[in-house]
Design a binder for this molecule. Sequence first.
Ligand SMILES: Cc1ncc(COP(=O)(O)O)c(C=O)c1O
Length: 429
Amino acid sequence: MLNRRSFIQNTMLSGIGFTMINNNSLASNSIESASFAENLIPNVGGVDDEIYWKKVRTLFQVPEGFINLENGYFSPQPKSTLAFHQNRESYINKNTSWFMRKEQSQAIEASRNNLAAFLGCLTNELALTRNTTESMNIVINGYPWAFGDEVVIGNQDYGSMVSAYHQAAKRYGIIIKVAEIPLHPQSIEEVVSAYTKLFTSRTRLVHITHLINLTGQVIPVAAIAERAKSAGVEVMVDSAHAVAHLKFMLPDLNADYVGASLHKWLCNPLGAGFLWMKSEHIHKIFPLTADEDYPINDIRKFEHQGTRPIQSLETIAESIKFHESIGSELKQNRLRYLMRYWVNQVKSIPKITINTPTLNDSECCAIANIAMEGFTPGELAETLLKEHGIFTVAIDHVAVKGIRVTPHLYNTIEELDQFVKALKKIAIK
Ligand SMILES: Cc1ncc(COP(=O)(O)O)c(C=O)c1O
């Protein structure tokens, strides 16, 4: 096993150490403890009960050789969820077409029921998709657009969704208007009006990224939706980063369409996401993959994907169980606590700019973005990795340039201390 020092030397010498150590670590990891219930102790001290959080860490497989502060892409599954998923995969592998022909539908419906209860929505408004990209594309590509219809999107929306609107503009002649979201808004109204001032009598849809992946900024969806509703504009929400990260229920958003990926903050295996849609809209949206099995007002028409890994859907119930053993509120508050823990220590460093509004709870949670004078985002991320073994991601976007830093429940205060120390060292170079 390579230790941290040899990893850093290896990385600096070869430039490919990252891949090598990763392969090594995975090979050596076994899933020792499958039951989180037996291993989780009561939380007595809240967000800074470090004895409790150290115990939570033991429930995850943690990478060796680097500190992972890039948990925004997707989350590790807790060991218990991973074991559950592997068991279901093994079961399906053994029973193959028997499972698909005799048990699949029941398994899917059980997953839909579990997820609907978790999200606080109706089961007949919830489609189980593969991820947010698919969910958003179903609506954008299946919407009954008329030439000249307008949509309002944000300047920091996820690239795949922006591409989908660009394609719809070429295909159907829709007009895209782009709201400029302030990085440090003075008020909620400033963000709301960035969207609503673009509404016209031709606006059909406003697309809102609930928690912006570039910076971690949380957008006041319900306030925008209220204004949109009175203007006759439908509301589509990309909640990829918000579900199981922020504490909310779907009806709180007052939206028409919501999509998310369950492999992000719910810590489910890859391959499961959802599209929720108000029942009144289902009939008018064409599915991405044609379906004649279900009536046009049946949400399941959006799930026609051919043969798919049902084990990822079956595991949703297990992922929810783990999430709820900690609780949405405590999880959200811990994640925000971790973000503020490091941000508050580096914000006064003269060369550092914080690109995330971090003061109000309603505007932020786990993710923050910072820039350092004299470094491109790529250079800063590389320096942190090569010289300090800390993995973050460079964000080089027209609206924001910096590194995105995303601790998870399994990250420790000591790891964040190392990160702060590294930033201070780099800043005085
Ligand atoms: C805001 C946002 N939307 C959508 C996506 C796409 O998610 P997926 O790749 O799971 O479809 C991401 C991925 O990071 C995201 O950050």
